[in-house]
Design a protein around this ligand. Structure first.
Ligand code: SF4
Ligand code: SF4
Length: 138
């Protein structure tokens, strides 16, 4: 019996990253305005986000309401690395990083939440990683 070499399907496998691999998409949460453009543009609907309206009574005579991001996730079981969400984001809150996706032993683990998407930026800043050379071409 053969096993998949993909760690998302088989976490026990030895995964060899290929030079052409694009890495992962990371989120910069404080740059996200919850505009929903990436959610609408994603061809496979694998981005979810929730936001809440907060009222600032000190902003002018009537105050002002703003949307504040409360949760953002990408289902990497569906994502096809097309990059449309990155191109569409008006605030550069999404970016390619030279980071491998964490291994997943269940389908649910393939969905990365706000914290894990933000953490990918830390891993992706490591230029000694085999994918690090991707940073130099972006
Ligand atoms: S890379 Fe493409 S498929 Fe993946 S989340 Fe972005 S828009 Fe969706
Ligand atoms: S397009 Fe950018 S700013 Fe808008 S919800 Fe997506 S990540 Fe946030």
């Amino acid at each position: 019996m053969t096993h998949s070499a993909d760690p998302l399907r088989n976490p026990d496998s030895t995964h060899v990253e290929q030079p052409r691999q694009r890495g992962a998409i990371a989120l910069i949460p404080n740059q996200c305005t919850s505009c929903m453009i990436c959610v609408r543009e994603c061809p496979v609907w694998c981005i979810s986000l929730t936001a809440e309206k907060r009222h600032d009574p000190d902003a002018g005579p009537r105050g002002r309401s703003t949307l504040v991001l409360t949760d953002f996730s990408i289902d990497y079981g569906l994502c096809m690395d097309c990059g449309i969400c990155i191109d569409a984001c008006p605030t550069d809150a999404l970016e390619w990083v030279a980071a491998p996706l964490p291994s997943a032993s269940t389908e649910a683990d393939l969905t990365l939440d706000t914290g894990r998407l933000a953490d990918l930026r830390l891993t992706g800043s490591d230029n000694s990683h085999p994918l690090g050379e991707l940073n130099q071409h972006r």
